[in-house]
Design a protein around this ligand. Structure first.
Ligand code: ARG
Length: 459
């Protein structure tokens, strides 16, 4: 049989395969709360404007509450024949309250309805993700405070470069996550306009009040253009773009955890709660959660791409292609929720091997820059020449198979006569990090100040 919702001009019903390709109820049922909230705002507006009678309006509002309760209780009979969440809700409303239900869709289309529902859903997802990221920052900041003075090697090209502190390294991620939160907040401000009342695409001849429905739904204002209202999904793209960038940050941290927990590094140890064993190799403690965060970042990037590609060829206004906007967004929201929570747990629980880190911090001549800097400061040497002196010291140590600190004063003076005992002191990793007091530098005092500032800025 033809659909009771739009079947007026249809004699027959859809083919089974048509129903399957067309139906979105399996996934868009997740919009039920937003759909009912939007319908209630629309209904109140219709009553206020005298488009619906108070009695019909009251019946609709009460009926929608019943539908909501049924869905939440798990007793709602979802039907694929009714395509999507909007028609499932409306059809059940008709069963519950009769003819008045058919008046709810006055001055509205599923096109502005779905755009409204989806904006409300994405807004909640943005808020949830931002809150979760705050929790991750809290974990990172707490660990950074504990390890403000813990030296470790800093890397470029994954080659030992200069000593830094673990606190400084973790605070770098606090900054990245802070920008991720900023992108979500920015996206939220642009998202927060109401498409409701755009109707199918052209607006409506009924005397609706779009400012009223916008306010009822917590939007800042109605969208200016009804064609735009029903046909753009940039709010969903922005959410996924912000999520994809954030996922890349999480993936880099995850990659570092994978490296740091290896037997070759042993910088940190993850807790039992966030690792798995091997069924054959008893010594294994695998960083699965970190690996999966790294992997799932691919999905998030893929989902962003999927919707960009769906949208790029669509003429205005609504096309059914846009029904395919939801699954990528749901997957991104679910994936990010999991990834952020797992990362927060790993960071909060990890053990930092301070002794291993201290030994590694000095390995690979990481304080060679410090002796060059000393030559510049104390001997007034041009940096390029000082670099050469330090390079010669490294070569000598390398040839002898020792560290820079193990060279004797006489050996060092053989390369540069001006070198004194005081110069040898700058080769210690602790003095190296303590000296890097420039703004944003790794000195423990800086890191402690950053931790305090980040607490008041972000937590
Ligand atoms: N299920 C549809 C979607 O998610 C709702 C809008 C349908 N509109 C239409 N004109 N067929 O996009």
């Amino acid at each position: 049989a033809a659909s009771s919702m739009w079947g007026g001009r249809f004699a027959g019903g859809p083919a089974a395969i048509m129903q399957r390709i067309n139906a979105s109820i399996d996934f868009d049922k997740r919009l039920y709360a937003q759909d009912i909230r939007g319908s209630k705002a629309h209904c109140r507006m219709l009553v206020k404007q005298g488009i619906l009678t108070q009695a019909d309006g009251d019946a609709i509002l009460a009926g929608l509450d019943t539908v909501l309760a049924e869905i939440e209780a798990g007793s709602f009979p979802f039907s694929m024949a009714l395509e999507d969440i909007h028609m499932n809700v409306e059809s059940r409303l008709a069963e519950l309250i009769g003819e008045a239900a058919g008046r709810l869709h006055t001055a509205r289309s599923r096109n502005d309805q779905v755009a409204t529902d989806f904006r409300l859903w994405v807004r909640d997802a943005l808020d949830g993700m931002e809150k979760a990221l705050q929790g991750l920052q809290a974990a990172l900041i707490a660990r950074a405070g504990e390890h403000a003075g813990t030296v470790m090697p800093g890397f470029t090209h994954l080659q030992a470069a200069q000593p830094v502190t673990m606190g400084h390294h973790l605070m770098a991620y606090v900054e990245m996550i802070g920008r991720d939160r900023g992108r979500l907040t920015d996206a939220r401000a642009r998202l927060n306009e109401s498409p409701l009342g755009s109707a199918a695409l052209a607006g409506t001849s009924f005397p609706i009040d779009r400012h009223f429905t916008a306010e009822q739904l917590g939007f800042d204002r109605p969208m200016n253009n009804s064609l735009d209202g029903v046909s753009d999904r940039d709010f969903a793209l922005e959410f996924m773009a912000a999520a994809a960038i954030c996922a890349v940050h999480l993936s880099r941290l995850a990659e570092e955890l994978v490296i740091w927990t290896s037997a070759q590094f042993r910088f940190v140890k993850l807790s039992d709660a966030f690792t798995t064993g091997s069924s054959i190799m008893p010594q294994k403690r695998n960083p699965d959660a970190a690996e999966l965060i790294r992997a799932k970042t691919g999905r998030v990037i893929g989902d962003l791409n999927a919707l960009l590609i769906v949208m790029k060829g669509l003429p205005l206004a609504y096309s059914k292609d846009m029904q395919d906007d939801k699954e990528p967004v749901f997957e991104v929201a679910d994936t990010m929720e999991l990834a952020i929570a797992a990362m927060t747990g790993m960071i909060a629980d990890m053990t930092v091997n301070t002794e291993v880190l201290a030994a590694a911090a000095g390995a690979g001549f990481t304080t060679a820059t410090d002796i060059a800097d000393w030559c510049v400061r104390e001997l007034k040497m041009p940096f390029r020449r000082a670099h050469h002196v330090a390079g010669s010291l490294v070569k000598l140590a390398e040839d002898k198979g020792c560290d820079l600190q193990d060279l004797s004063l006489a050996e060092m003076q053989g390369i540069e006569a001006g070198i004194t005992e005081q110069a040898r002191a700058v080769l210690a990793v602790d003095s190296s990090v303590a000296s890097r007091t420039s703004f944003g530098g790794t000195a423990p005092a800086n890191v402690r100040a950053q931790v305090a500032a980040a607490k008041s800025r972000w937590l």
